[in-house]
Design a protein around this ligand. Structure first.
Ligand code: AMP
Ligand code: ZN
Length: 137
């Protein structure tokens, strides 16, 4: 379950060095090379899945418990004031490396970082319609 051309496969399996902060049979957690904040890290599965859609359920079920464990540990060690967990799928959503990964981003008061979602307005009818499409098809 490896892709020979994938840099995160090589990092996750130790063929390319990384600043590893955690490792088990399924995952390696590394510091991001271009951190949004101090401690910005990535959870990488050791097997190759392009994105969330392809992620094996058994691996998926372990991602959030690991993210929780890392968030608690990192905040204790780094003294962060908050935490973002971000996971991008496909180019339009900001994915640049096509090996599933989850961003762990410690936040600090006055860290001057913006991970912005731009709110829009929808009418009640429009919201109802979207719900109906998702639920009923
Ligand atoms: P995404 O845009 O969600 O695909 O995130 C890719 C992330 O991987 C970015 O935050 C990059 O800074 C990070 N990144 C890319 N190459 C490396 C690398 N060799 N080691 C550590 N982080 C990397
Ligand atoms: Zn890969």
């Amino acid at each position: 379950m490896r892709d020979e051309n994938c840099i995160f496969c090589k990092i996750a399996n130790g063929e390319i060095p990384s600043r590893t902060i955690y490792e088990d049979n399924d995952f390696r957690v590394i510091l991001d090379l271009n951190p949004a904040t101090k401690g910005h890290a990535l959870i990488l599965p050791k097997n190759h899945y392009k994105n969330l859609y392809e992620l094996d359920d058994s691996v998926a079920s372990k991602v959030m418990p690991l993210a929780k464990k890392m968030a608690n540990h990192m905040c204790e060690r780094l003294g962060c004031d908050g935490f973002n967990i971000i996971q991008n799928n496909n180019e339009v959503a900001g994915q640049t490396v096509f090996h599933f990964h989850t961003h762990l981003i410690p936040r600090y008061n006055n860290d001057n970082q913006t991970l912005v979602m731009k709110p829009t307005k929808m009418t009640d009818e429009e919201l109802d319609k979207v719900r109906d499409i998702i639920v009923k098809g």
